[in-house]
Design a binder for this molecule. Structure first.
Ligand code: NAD
Length: 475
């Protein structure tokens, strides 16, 4: 597959003013093809198109917008196999995960399509009988979206569908590492009949594109998913130009197993969540705190489950974990392990790169790790799990809350007292107890502290794209 991913600007597929970059298959290291890179003339075209389209799309009835979005969702479902295959080639995850992501993303579009029809304003009782007061909720305008490579479709879809659902238009910069599946997502909106200029897709040098788009006049809202340092920079630019901003950044999620927990259920979920998408999930559990009484049993079960995982090309039947999505992550894993071992950590399983072709890394479990190891402080964003014992739930919660990030937290416990202590005590934008229960279209997804602000998903995710206009009339 030698192909070129084009941009989609003002309803046309086009190459970029700044040439192209190479796209690499993370399982083989081979070149898959190229991706177009935008220059300022491309971005200006996208800004003009999104601005012009906003004037029409924002006045299109919510009912009509909803119908077009639902059509796009249907096309995405129909094309799940084909798009999933593109994603495996450029991102590496197992095909079943890729297809699941595409199908789940169609649900996000359906949610935004329906919720967009419920952007109710309100009538506010006035102080005088001849005054009418109405608060309207209106689409903000042109949105600049920046989506990452770990979930090429589902991260982009939350931004596109949310914006379109309420009547905004969007310029989305999708990840240069995984452009092909993103392009096919946008093609679903095109084929559904979404008018030209409503969705514009660009790729480019990320810093150049964000620094150009965010200050640009028609852009009224910025939505970014990615790392904390980049999020802070984009948030600063947005603040300087008073642009609304949603930031979905990294985390370092604790996974707490209390004394009265169902340990076997905890082991099973830990292995599934930790190694999904090779650990490259912002809400993946990354610090495992296990009550003393269960520590050995949890560790044995978790290590056994990690060893059993089939690692390989995402196209291979039965593979449960693919390669890391890019060579940067592979290097980062090696540095995390070396630093931890230097500080006294023990490797219970894994710890090394697999082979010398592609970005494969062993599912890794570490013990005896000091709290100041970089793995305990910096988001691993990869398949490494530190496991630590604790003796009191209060101290585990304190450690769980000790970092400046607070995206997700997972916990196991059975008594009402334990569940109450965990759900109230764990500081995170999303707390999931005794199961994995986050990230559905109808629930808010977002972090506290340095993990970002605002939500994607749920009514909160739709609110991010609207502004309030209050009208008081003397009748
Ligand atoms: P990075 O910080 O360079 O980039 C992260 C993402 O932001 C990428 O998608 C990149 O294209 C984009 N980006 C980078 N600089 C940008 C800029 N100036 N303007 C706009 N977009 C920009 O790191 P990376 O090596 O690509 O990824 C590693 C780290 O990123 C991980 O450690 C993880 O914390 C974070 N990450 C988080 C998520 C998430 O879902 N929250 C997704 C991907 C990456």
């Amino acid at each position: 597959m030698e192909k070129s991913a084009q941009m989609f600007i003002a309803g046309e597929w086009c190459d970029g003013q700044n040439g192209s970059a190479e796209v690499v298959d993370p399982a083989t290291g081979e070149t898959v093809g190229a991706v177009a890179l935008a220059g300022t003339s491309d971005l200006n075209l996208a800004l003009d198109a999104a601005d012009a389209a906003f004037k029409v799309w924002s006045l299109t009835s919510a009912f009509e917008r909803s119908g077009l979005l639902r059509k796009a969702a249907g096309l995405l479902r129909e094309r799940a196999e084909e798009i999933g295959r593109l994603m495996v080639r450029e991102q590496g995850k197992p095909l079943a995960e890729a297809k699941g992501e595409v199908i789940g993303s169609a649900d996000h579009i359906d949610w935004a399509a329906e919720e967009g029809r419920r952007m109710y304003g309100r009538v506010i009782p006035a102080r005088a009988p001849n005054v009418q007061q109405i608060a309207y909720r209106l689409p903000l305008g042109v949105v600049a979206g920046f989506s990452p490579w770990n979930f090429p479709i589902s991260q982009a879809v939350r931004k596109i569908a949310g914006a379109l659902g309420v009547g905004c238009t969007i310029i989305i910069k999708c990840p240069e590492e995984t452009p092909y599946s993103c392009a096919e997502l946008v093609r679903c909106f095109e084929d559904a009949g979404i008018p030209r200029g409503v969705v514009n897709l660009v790729y480019g040098v990320p810093k150049e594109v964000s620094e150009y788009l965010i200050p640009a006049d028609p852009v009224r809202m910025v939505t970014f998913t990615g790392s904390i340092p980049v999020g802070k920079t984009l948030g600063e630019i947005a603040a300087r130009y008073v642009k609304r901003c949603t930031l979905e950044l990294g985390g370092h999620s604790p996974f707490v197993v209390a004394e009265d927990a169902d340990v076997d259920a905890a082991v099973q979920l830990a292995a599934t969540l930790k190694f999904r998408n090779a650990g490259q999930v912002c809400a993946a559990p990354s610090r495992f705190y296990i009550h003393d009484t269960h520590y050995e049993r949890f560790l044995d079960g978790f290590v056994a489950a990690s060893k059993e995982l089939k690692v390989g090309s995402g196209f291979e039947v039965g593979v449960q974990m693919g390669p890391l999505a890019n060579a940067r992550r592979l290097d980062a894993m090696e540095v995390f392990v070396a630093d931890a071992v230097d500080r006294g950590a023990k490797i219970a399983t894994g710890g090394r790169r697999i082979g010398n072709k592609g970005n494969f890394f062993e599912p890794t479990v570490l013990t005896d790790i000091p709290e100041d190891a970089s793995l305990m402080v910096d988001e691993p964003f990869g398949p490494i799990a530190p496991v630590l014992p604790f003796s009191s739930l209060e101290s585990a919660i304190e450690k769980a809350n000790a970092l400046p990030y607070a995206l997700a937290a997972f916990a196991f416990g059975t008594s009402q007292k334990t569940v109450d202590q965990l759900s109230k005590g764990l500081e995170a934008g999303m707390v999931s107890i005794n199961h994995f229960g986050i990230a559905s279209p109808e629930t808010p997804f977002g972090g506290m502290k340095e993990s970002g602000y605002g939500s994607e998903g749920g009514v909160e995710g739709m609110d991010a794209f609207v502004t309030t206009k209050f009208i008081s009339t003397l009748v």
